[in-house]
Design a protein around this ligand. Structure first.
Ligand code: ADP
Length: 428
């Protein structure tokens, strides 16, 4: 039953407890204000007397280490105080990461490269967010890498991302920075599928390339080098999914792994990781909300919509035509052929990373296209990051044009475009 909170309601929280709430009603808004004490939301400290606004779909926990009073104004669907939270354990892990950073600084070495793993809906993105916020609050500037192509916390679905953090880390701040192409702090790679399993070979190559570039970039700035990386992963942890985790750990030269909520995965990693990698098992928070497949799809669509239209700060995307002749359109991965049909020296696997020209046709409608920085296809298209994404909103075969929705006005920064399997219906 929805709970109507009139004129705001005060919640008194004891030390080490959190207020959790969800907003499901369409167009509902809820305001939270810290009246007294100290509180934080996923690692971000709340400012006293400031009104924080939350909207439909929000699933929030406001935690306090020392006790506080919060005022909540608006209609929440669920709201309760919980004293059972793993926050103290998460804080201890942050302290361990901080020790690794201090030691890295002393020895002029790379700081912690920490990977967060676990099945779906265990709070991986939330834990990354907490680690990043705690680090930033101490003046650190870790990199955030997100290789969850389906439900990445900030990357557009189908993309992999590395982000530099600015002065204060804010999730939505990173979304905002997508309003223009080629934002410097973001390094985005095209994968083009909702799940790594759609093209395991391509996923692996993309992660390898991304890791190589990221590790190299760390040497440029000492602060980043000591601060390290927080790496978020997919919830696919069995079979090939597990193999991807092992490969990612190796490619990024990970030295700490936080396993959320799965003892089996924890034991497998203990067995398979070299001894210098610290593997830590952590409980999931009881507050983490499980999502149905439908909700997952809905959230994926929403993320694409936010890419073009913004989240809190609205963006106004542009729409323009591009002539077929001005497009160099490709997709990655050719249909599988048996080894016996492959040219000498090539394996069927090579087909999976082949760059194949695509002739524009009505089937492009609604598809997302990634704008590659590659000048030609002779260049390493998979290993080259992308400037951003557009969505095809019309294909005119007569006039030989496509219309695209784009965060930036024409012209496109490059005409090498990569077709994604992901689609978005532009209905605002
Ligand atoms: P995962 O990355 O493992 O899929 P998320 O970190 O995205 O999981 O968490 C799923 C949802 O649960 C998110 O909407 C997040 O805001 C919410 N959530 C996480 N921790 C809590 C908590 N302690 N209380 C309430 N909601 C939470």
């Amino acid at each position: 039953m929805a709970e109507e909170v009139k004129e705001g309601k005060d919640f008194t929280l004891e030390a080490d407890s959190e207020l959790r709430f969800e907003i499901e009603d369409k167009d509902a808004k809820v305001y939270v204000m810290l009246i007294s004490g100290f509180a934080e939301m996923f690692g971000t400290e709340l400012v006293k007397k400031k009104k924080y606004e939350f909207r439909t779909g929000a699933k929030v926990a406001v935690f306090t280490y020392h006790g506080c009073v919060l005022n909540v104004n608006g209609k929440t669907d669920v709201s309760y105080i919980s004293k059972e939270t793993p926050m103290v354990q998460y804080l201890n892990c942050h302290a361990a990461l901080e020790q690794m950073r201090a030691s890295a600084e002393e020895k002029d070495e790379r700081g912690p490269i920490a990977m967060v793993v676990g099945p779906l809906d265990v709070g991986k993105s939330t834990l990354c967010r907490i680690f990043l916020n705690y680090a930033v609050r101490l003046g650190r500037r870790p990199l955030y890498a997100d290789i969850d192509v389906g439900q990445g916390a900030i990357s557009i679905p189908g993309g992999l991302l590395v982000s530099k953090l600015t002065d204060s880390f804010s999730w939505s701040g990173l979304l905002v920075s997508k309003k223009e192409f080629s934002q410097k702090p973001l390094l985005v790679y095209h994968f083009g599928h909702k799940s790594p399993g759609s093209n395991n070979v391509l996923y692996k190559s993309t992660v390898s390339k991304m890791a190589e570039v990221t590790l190299e970039s760390m040497n440029v700035n000492k602060r980043t080098k000591y601060s390290g990386i927080i790496l978020n992963t997919c919830g696919w942890v069995k079979g090939d999914g597990y193999a991807h985790l092992l490969h990612t750990a190796q490619a990024f030269e990970v030295n700490a792994i936080f396993v959320l909520d799965q003892e089996r995965l924890y034991n497998e990693l203990l067995r398979d990781m070299p001894s210098f990698v610290r593997v830590v098992l952590l409980p999931k928070s009881g507050g983490v909300v499980e999502r149905s497949r439908d909700l997952r799809n809905e959230q994926r669509d929403l993320r694409i919509k936010e890419y073009f239209y913004g989240h809190r700060t609205p963006f106004y995307p542009f729409s323009f035509e591009v002539k077929f002749q001005d497009l160099k359109l490709y997709k990655i991965g050719a249909p599988p052929l048996p080894d016996s049909c492959m040219p000498i020296g090539m394996k069927a696997e090579d087909n999976k990373t082949k760059v194949v020209a695509v002739t524009p046709s009505p089937s492009l409608l609604h598809h997302i296209l990634a704008i590659s920085f590659a000048e030609t296809t002779d260049e390493d298209v998979i290993g080259t990051n992308v400037a951003g994404f557009v969505c095809v909103t019309d294909v005119d075969m007569e006039r030989q044009t496509i219309t695209v929705l784009s965060p930036q006005p024409r012209p496109l920064p490059n005409n090498v475009l990569l077709l994604s399997e992901l689609q978005f219906m532009d209905i605002v």
